[in-house]
Design a protein around this ligand. Structure first.
Ligand SMILES: Nc1ncnc2c1ncn2[C@@H]1O[C@H](COP(=O)(O)OP(=O)(O)O)[C@@H](O)[C@H]1O
Ligand SMILES: [Mg+2]
Length: 287
């Protein structure tokens, strides 16, 4: 069973004065259990619209989707989902600890487990010292950390995260990436949106690029990066002990190695030089 299956999802917003926005146009996509999927697109591409349809906050105009085999129109499809909204806003008169307790109760967890998981998540997100403070006094990054903590509290199978790294400092970003990789290790499905290619490169198995409501391409990150290898940065040490840095084209690598051996040069390093995810993304979106 797929974790998430999206079939021909479309959403048209009809505004005042007859304005019509086609936010999503026939998006189909399957994400597996144990997979980390990056949903990459520029601002206004339709990422949040897709996510809001998945978690039942808005109704698609047409098409449908399932989460762990359950239709998203059914309320119990969300029991096993951790959802991080794009602009998290919580009952900000609650403390971080009270809020996580509240979320645990919503998911009908036993009280002892709520207390245990709350402590674990507050410590994981480095909010333990701030746990008694009202969320209203939190910085943007701290609120984002509360957001991530509340997706984890009930240990769901599927994580739908709208720009999870946004508003975080480098330490927070690294932490969230580690959390995502850990979820993957535990066989969970993580579907997250971003406009930052670096986030995708580091943690995703596959990436889907969306622009103007259309899913343009779905590819494995490994393929993209492998295909993008243009050549190798090589450092050789000559017979006389002098080092030299060279760039060797992809097709010339084998003959270069043979020649180096013939000339009694030792090779100190061979590093692939590749077009990165950023170049891939810009190329696709420019089409
Ligand atoms: N409630 C809404 N009413 C009208 N237009 C909307 C609404 N929500 C989103 N849109 C429009 O749909 C498009 C996609 O938005 P969104 O899914 O939020 O993009 P992303 O998350 O990729 O930045 C944008 O043009 C946006 O203005
Ligand atoms: Mg968005």
């Amino acid at each position: 069973m797929s974790a998430i299956e999206i079939t021909e999802l479309s959403k048209t917003f009809k505004g005042k004065r007859g304005a019509v926005v086609e936010a999503l146009n026939g998006v189909s996509l399957t994400v597996g259990q144990g997979e980390v999927f990056g949903f990459l697109g520029p601002n206004g591409a339709g990422k949040s619209t897709t996510i809001k349809c998945l978690v039942g906050l808005i109704q698609p105009s047409s098409g449908n989707a399932t989460i762990m085999g359950k239709a998203i129109s059914a309320a119990d499809a969300r029991k096993t989902v951790g959802y991080l909204p794009e602009n998290p806003a919580y009952y900000d008169y609650l403390s971080a600890e009270e809020y996580l307790h509240f979320v645990g109760r919503v998911f009908q967890m036993p009280e002892a487990l709520i207390a245990q998981r709350t402590e674990e998540m507050l410590k994981l997100l480095e909010l333990w010292d701030a746990r008694k403070r009202q969320i209203r006094g939190f910085s943007k990054g701290m609120v984002q950390r509360v957001g991530v903590a509340q997706t984890l509290i009930h240990d769901p199978d599927v994580y739908i995260l709208d720009e999870p790294m946004s508003g975080l400092d480098p330490i927070g970003r690294a932490l969230v990436k580690d959390i995502i990789l850990d979820l993957k290790k535990r066989g969970k499905c993580v579907f997250f949106s971003t406009h930052i290619t670096d986030d995708v490169e580091k943690v995703c198995d596959r990436v889907g690029v969306i622009n103007k409501g259309r899913l343009l391409v779905v590819e494995s990150v490994e393929n993209i990066l492998q295909r993008g290898v243009e050549g190798y940065a090589v450092r050789v040490i000559n017979k006389d002990g002098q080092g030299e840095n060279l760039f060797v084209e992809k097709i010339n690598l084998q003959s270069f190695i043979q020649q180096s051996i013939q000339h009694q040069q030792s090779i100190e390093k061979i590093e692939p030089r590749r077009k990165d995810m950023e170049a891939f993304f810009l190329e696709i979106v420019a089409q």
